[in-house]
Design a protein around this ligand. Structure first.
Ligand code: AOF
Ligand code: ZN
Length: 384
């Protein structure tokens, strides 16, 4: 995606150095949660004199790592940072003070901080101190922190619906049986998505049909365990399922049943956490699930479910983004659709995806698109 400049004060070194800062920011995927991914560089012209990224909470922010490396040489230099510097005291002190104290002359930032506690105040503080501030809006930087933006502004996770399907939109040949649809490259891409997620959410139907593990097998380092979440209104989760057998305080089951029920107690004994939600048409309440995940600091939840839960999540307008991995094959009639929603009721008002991108994942391809703009003043279709 192209980088758009909203200022005339660009210098020749800006593009390449911001690109490098973004590469640094990406190193914290799987680590920084619940903080954003941020990279920073201190430079004079094209010459880098300090660089770094924010690893995770309580450690130095990216700007501080880069400033410490630059030392006295930071005086009069430019700071490139992928997110507006903070002006607040949270788990660490305000970066704006450190930047002003170090004598930085110019700050180039790739995006404003969506955190309402900062939201432009960091940049304003720098300008007031006489520092030249340039906003170089970068779509890649915004995408890297779209989950943080949603969570910090709303308290609920950014939800990506991921599924693998045939060209005619089917996820399995018949219900109750999983079908291998996508190839190795697409599977590896799914693992990278799992690595960037904080929770994977599935429904009991998928557990009964596929017996999935729902783990991060990217091979990359992650700081916190990936939370595995099952929506199971009647607690049908089999004790012999792979999920139950591998549970290590990382399995959370939402149900409408009482935590005192024999099934709930049997699962709890195996170290599985059971959370009750009100019943919505007999199913778990998806709004309650999302609020609870947000409360637990889940920024990024990936829905890896079947037709029923996909349909319910779309209908409830909970999906921010989709990642549809298409195999270039046609299944034919009688398969399982990606979302079970009565078309006659739904299609006329079904929202269109925006900002669509299609990438090859040979022999397959992935289509990504958004239902919500987590940075804009997008209004949900729901009235709440
Ligand atoms: C980061 N890393 O490099 C920048 C952040 O609790 P604190 O002190 O770590 O502050 C977290 C907030 O700081 C975060 O919500 C974001 O708004 C801002 N900027 N955060 O974790 C960084 N620059
Ligand atoms: Zn900071």
């Amino acid at each position: 995606m192209p980088t758009s400049e909203v200022t005339s004060k660009a210098l020749p070194a800006d593009a390449a150095l911001m690109q490098r800062a973004l590469e640094l920011a990406r190193r914290s995927v799987g680590l920084a949660h619940p903080n954003p991914h941020v990279g920073a560089i201190v430079a004079r012209g094209h010459q880098k004199i300090g660089e770094g990224f924010h690893e995770y909470d309580k450690l130095d922010h990216a700007e501080i790592v880069a400033l410490k490396q630059a030392g006295e040489k930071a005086r009069g230099a430019t700071l490139y940072v992928t997110l507006e510097p903070c002006c607040t005291t949270g788990r660490t002190g305000p970066c704006t003070k450190a930047i002003i104290g170090a004598g930085i002359a110019r700050v180039v930032a790739a995006m404003r901080d969506p955190n309402p506690a900062v939201a432009g105040r960091g940049l304003a503080e720098l300008t007031t101190a006489g520092i030249e501030v340039v906003i170089r809006e970068d779509e890649h930087a915004k995408r890297l922190n779209e989950d943080f933006a949603k969570w910090v502004r709303t308290g609920v996770p950014f939800v990506t619906l991921k599924t693998a399907l045939t060209l005619d939109g089917q996820i399995a040949a018949c219900s109750g049986h999983s079908t291998a649809i996508i190839g190795d490259a697409a599977r590896a891409a799914v693992q990278r998505m799992r690595h960037a997620a904080d929770a994977l959410v599935t429904g009991i139907g998928t557990v009964l049909a596929d017996d999935p593990l729902l783990t991060d097998r990217s091979g990359e380092l992650r700081r916190r365990p990936l939370l595995r979440v099952v929506l199971d209104s009647r607690l049908r989760l089999p004790p012999k399922s792979k999920l139950v057998k591998t549970a290590k305080s990382d399995l959370l089951v939402f149900t409408t049943q009482s935590p005192d029920s024999p099934k709930a107690r049997a699962l709890a004994k195996k170290g599985i956490e059971i959370a009750r939600t009100p019943a919505r048409r007999g199913d778990v309440c998806l709004d309650t699930v999302m609020k609870e995940l947000g409360r637990r600091g889940i920024l990024n939840a990936m829905l890896e479910a079947g037709a029923t839960l996909n349909g319910a999540a779309l209908e409830a307008d909970l999906v921010d983004k989709v990642a549809l991995f298409y195999a270039p094959r046609i299944m034919g009639t009688g398969g399982v659709p990606m979302a079970r929603i009565p078309a006659a009721k739904w299609f006329a008002k079904a929202p269109a995806l925006r900002n669509i991108a299609v990438h090859p994942c040979l022999p397959d391809f992935v289509l990504e698109g958004y239902f919500h703009d987590v940075y804009g003043n997008h209004r949900s279709r729901r009235k709440n």
